[in-house]
Design a protein around this ligand. Structure first.
Ligand SMILES: *[C@@H]1O[C@H](CO)[C@@H](O)[C@H](O)[C@H]1NC(C)=O
Length: 149
């Protein structure tokens, strides 16, 4: 009796362990080129009809290598953003990229990136980056310095 209970426990444990082996679900589509003209608004942009997808949906000749004018606004910075609105092939991939030019003491006003990750690369100079957390005692994230080496 005791051995059959033990066997039952092993079987149950094996079944539970099998359930823990998981992977990301298969993507439902290869790509979802943004249909910027669609009146439908979902969480993001709806997919263009696959018959209307063109090579240009995946190509953008952006001038990310050129500094932008930082004298035209009060914060003296200039953001060149590449996202699904500018490069429709990025839609639903969770990828965007930006070049930010700062004049000395220039700023990028506080903003949020819901459900996104941000990676900064400083090419020249130093950049002070702050995180505001919901915990006021969390001073660890108050100031982070990104620097070009
Ligand atoms: C950024 O710079 C470009 C030209 O370098 C200019 O056309 C654009 O208006 C600037 N944007 C801002 C927000 O200052």
């Amino acid at each position: 009796m005791a051995s059959s209970k033990l066997l039952l426990h092993f079987v149950l444990l094996a079944l539970i362990a099998c359930g823990a082996v998981a992977s990301d679900p298969s993507p439902l589509q290869d790509f979802c080129v943004a249909d910027k003209d669609s009146p439908v608004r979902v969480n993001g942009l709806p997919c263009k009809n696959i018959k209307d997808v063109k090579v240009d949906d995946f190509f953008l000749a952006a001038n990310l290598d050129k500094p932008m004018d930082t004298t035209l606004n009060k914060v003296t910075s200039n953001v060149t953003l590449i996202n699904a609105m500018k490069l429709p092939g990025l839609n639903t991939l969770g990828i965007s990229m930006a070049r930010i030019d700062y004049a000395p003491r220039g700023q990028n006003p506080p903003h949020t990136h819901p459900c996104a990750t941000e990676i900064l690369t400083v090419i020249e100079g130093s950049l002070y980056v702050g995180f505001i957390t919901s915990n006021p005692d969390n001073k660890f994230f108050d100031d982070v310095l990104a620097k070009a080496f």
